[in-house]
Design a protein around this ligand. Sequence first.
Ligand SMILES: [Mn+2]
Length: 298
Amino acid sequence: MKVNVIGVPLNLGCDCDGADKAPNHLRERGLMDIIRKHGHRAYDLGNLYIPPVSEEDKFASGNRMKYLDTIVEVNNNLAELVYDSLRGGAFPLIIGGDHSLGLGSASGVGKCFDDFGIIWLDAHGDINTSETSPSGNIHGMPLSALMGMGSQELVNVYAPGNKVHPQNVFLVGTRSLDKGELDLIRREKLSVYPMEVIRKEGVEFVAADIKNKLKSRKIRNIHFSIDVDSIDPAYAPGTGTPVPEGLTPDEFKGFVDSILSTNLVKSMDIVELNPELDTEDNTTRLCLDIIDYVTDRI
Ligand SMILES: [Mn+2]
């Protein structure tokens, strides 16, 4: 298969240094060779340009949202690159960078496929809005914006309006949800599989439940957005907002394996690796292992 690797060295959405270093850090440790080993034609499309913006201007463009204009600009460009990649028959593999890039990648997928769903693997909900966000960090808002909620600047990235129906969103691995996020989940009856459910029922049950819903909702294409903070910090400490009680690498792989076996996954993000917060490159190695595992199965 053709795999287009797209680096997004973005750290404005988490407002924390280090996540921007991840794409090159992974390249220097053999990213492209790992993908090609599985027989893929892999192209490194390089890193998206992130316009510089000074820290004192962080709220200049967005009321209660840090670095809004720049994040919108980068996501708009990312969406076009993802859309183009899909149209060209490639599997876009987007390497973050912080999770605000999920807004652009999924927007590109949404332009390509009407019948698409999003599986968002994360310790957090990423469904805050500018009104509910405690921090103003946009990496906590992309999934709500994709569903058409929150600030119009984010909702209208790449194309006007919502990109995905809330029924077609699956949020997995959560264990740190803010009050506004819990309200949104209840209001929209979102499919959420928190860690308590995974611990009680197992990843196989969760994956099977999602697969049933994919079938009943006639979803033929999936964008899979993976935040490394979904994995327990004991295994993945190199991330900006770690939360205890996460997935073990085996649980993670079991879930990924089950979802990939549907053959519906058309694109993937891997985000929030922060090499500067890592211990002895453990999280970097885990990310490369994940990419190895995934590209063996697409
Ligand atoms: Mn996230």
